[in-house]
Design a protein around this ligand. Structure first.
Ligand code: AMP
Length: 340
């Protein structure tokens, strides 16, 4: 499929459907604003194979589009550490339980392409749903990927099947990419744990790189979903990062009891009527089990999820290493803990 920036974007509607139109010829990928765009697994895999054969290393950044500076930070880091960066843009239907959430997911193809090029990406892989899931919609995959140990709690409890969809699409995307470094955000902390486990258990030839969360100046973690918040809801959503900061301040001040830290985080959210808390927890950073103690002997993560005006938001923080500014690691000092 050929496309030109500003003329014929590969929107979901216009991408070729190779299931319903199997005879459609596959044509050479297009260079769009300096970015090479592929919409078939075969074309994408062959392109990355050619790049590797020429001796260059590959970094991949899987995304669902609606790119913001959090995504761009992953692309920039990949570009620093790898010769060629490929960004996938695919709104994966199997990780959405709620059809309305899938339908409302923002799609910003043209600005995404520009953002990829600007951040240093050279290839985009933007397949159609039929390309990734050739069986008719609703038919279950015969070989889905699942990590039950890490998927049952937290996001998994509120979004049944979500991490099976994530694990499955990550295997498919990494299988298409071949040997690479793959960059994922700590913003989706449970997802990162699931991905690491899938890659390890399936011996996928990818090195997973976890990247710090990028935040707005006021502390709100960047998310593609933030555009759906009204100004009032956006202000209320700051309760999430405020709660994490409160929890981290307590831990830094010596409070080691996980349940006490959790209760303090929950109180911060309860004070904000527009925010409906799902969970605020201190968890073991490796297995995501509840952490009874936050005393530095085991890595701990503070995690939080809430709904604001029907928009689900998640965030998390390392209480022993909270950021002061986006992407800037800072060791915690009790008196100056801040997400800014
Ligand atoms: P998504 O498009 O939401 O699936 O996200 C694609 C990748 O970007 C995932 O690895 C996310 O964890 C990562 N990501 C999303 N938001 C941020 C953020 N604010 N900072 C850093 N990485 C992020």
């Amino acid at each position: 499929m050929t496309t030109t920036l500003g003329q014929s974007p590969l929107t979901e509607e216009r991408r070729p459907d190779h299931r319903t139109d199997p005879a459609r010829p596959r044509v050479a990928p297009a260079a769009v604003g300096g970015v090479e765009v592929h919409d078939t697994v075969a074309g994408y895999s062959a392109a990355l194979d050619r790049i590797r054969r020429s001796g260059l290393s590959i970094g991949v950044v899987p995304t669902m589009g609606a790119l913001h500076d959090g995504h761009a930070s992953l692309i920039r880091r990949a570009a620093q550490e790898c010769d060629v960066v490929a960004v996938s843009i695919f709104v994966n239907p199997t990780q959405f339980g709620d059809p309305a959430d899938l339908a409302n997911y923002p799609r910003t193809w043209q600005s995404d392409l520009a953002a990829v090029g600007h951040a240093g990406g050279r290839l985009v892989f933007a397949p159609s749903v039929a390309e990734m899931y050739p069986d008719p919609p609703g038919d279950d995959l015969a070989a889905p990927v699942s990590v039950p140990e890490l998927s049952g709690r937290w996001e998994g409890a509120s979004r049944p099947g979500h991490f099976d969809g994530v694990a499955t699409i990550v295997v498919k995307l990494l299988a298409a990419a071949g040997p690479c470094r793959a960059y994922f955000g700590e913003k989706d902390f449970q997802q990162l744990a699931v991905v690491r486990r899938v890659v390890r258990d399936h011996s996928l030839p990818a090195e997973i790189v976890g990247c710090r969360t990028v935040r707005d100046d006021d502390g709100l973690a960047l998310s593609s979903r933030n555009v759906r918040l009204s100004p009032d809801q956006r202000r209320a959503a700051l309760a999430l990062s405020r709660a994490l900061r409160t929890g981290a301040t307590l831990v830094a001040a010596g409070e080691a009891r996980g349940p006490v830290v959790e209760a303090a985080m929950a109180r911060v959210v309860a004070a904000e009527p527009l925010v409906d808390l799902d969970y605020a927890a201190a968890v073991d950073a490796d297995d995501l089990e509840p952490a009874p103690r936050c005393d530095g002997r085991r890595p701990v993560r503070l995690i939080i999820a809430a709904t604001v005006g029907g928009v689900r938001l998640i965030d998390n923080l390392d209480p022993f290493d909270p950021p002061r500014a986006p992407g800037r690691p800072v060791r915690a000092e009790p008196a100056e803990l801040s997400l800014r």
